[in-house]
Design a protein around this ligand. Structure first.
Ligand SMILES: CC(C)(COP(=O)(O)OP(=O)(O)OC[C@H]1O[C@@H](n2cnc3c(N)ncnc32)[C@H](O)[C@@H]1OP(=O)(O)O)[C@@H](O)C(=O)NCCC(=O)NCCS
Length: 191
């Protein structure tokens, strides 16, 4: 049986003092971390490219409330990596994404990893690996049998080493209406 996210508890250090290496420590993300998560996420989106400043601004105001709601509902959780001075150097989140049941995968949510970002000065020192390890372990503990994500070119290396494999997903881009989120939130399915 699957259940919602791990018990949140207080924001407490989870690192064992040795991993990630080089003095970084990990702690669970809390609702008060929304600004830090948004900052790291914006850096990630800027580095991935293709987003205008206006689109990033709009995204921040949509992502913040979503983050808080999903975190409180325990459908979202994650870890922050910090340097010895408590400055954030990396993040990673896991969201229980809704899905339809299928014969192979009857569960109606798929643990989905997002917002994986490590600050440039902290890269290649095991930060992302340590966070993904924890996210995957937490999904397993909750009874899930699969974890999904979309990888950037840089991310592929990290995930492949941890056992992730490409899937057969396809996508058709539709010309988006001007305010898609408003239309969908009113009615859900089209008439
Ligand atoms: C991708 C990213 C999160 C990796 O973070 P990181 O903390 O440097 O990763 P780690 O140090 O934990 O690396 C884990 C493994 O992946 C490998 N790896 C990481 N970045 C790599 C790169 N750019 N090229 C090749 N291998 C890489 C490491 O070698 C390591 O394996 P090893 O320790 O056995 O050698 C970071 O580069 C980043 O934030 N990039 C920009 C944003 C982004 O693309 N995010 C991913 C979204 S899916």
């Amino acid at each position: 049986m699957t259940r919602a996210g791990p018990t949140p508890g207080k924001q407490r250090p989870l690192g064992d003092g040795r991993r990630p290496e080089a003095g970084f420590s990990l702690r669970r993300v809390g609702v008060d971390d929304v600004d830090v998560i948004l900052r790291l996420r914006t850096r990630l989106l800027r580095e991935s490219g293709g987003h205008s400043a206006a689109a990033l601004r709009r995204h921040r105001s949509a992502f913040g409330p979503w983050f808080e709601r999903e975190l409180r509902a325990r459908r979202l959780w994650g870890w922050l990596a910090e340097d010895p001075n408590g400055r954030p150097v990396g993040s990673g989140l896991l969201w229980l994404q809704p899905r339809q049941p299928s014969p192979r995968f009857p569960q109606t949510r798929t643990p989905y990893i997002l917002s994986m970002y490590t600050m440039p000065q902290a890269r290649r020192r095991g930060v992302a690996r340590a966070i993904v390890d924890r996210l995957v372990a937490s999904a397993r503990r909750c009874g899930y049998t699969r974890v999904e994500l979309h990888a950037t070119a840089a991310g592929v290396h990290v995930y492949t080493k941890l056992g992730f494999r490409p899937t057969d997903q396809m996508r058709l881009e539709l010309t988006s209406p001007r305010r898609p989120e408003r239309r969908l939130s009113r009615g859900g399915a089209p008439r």
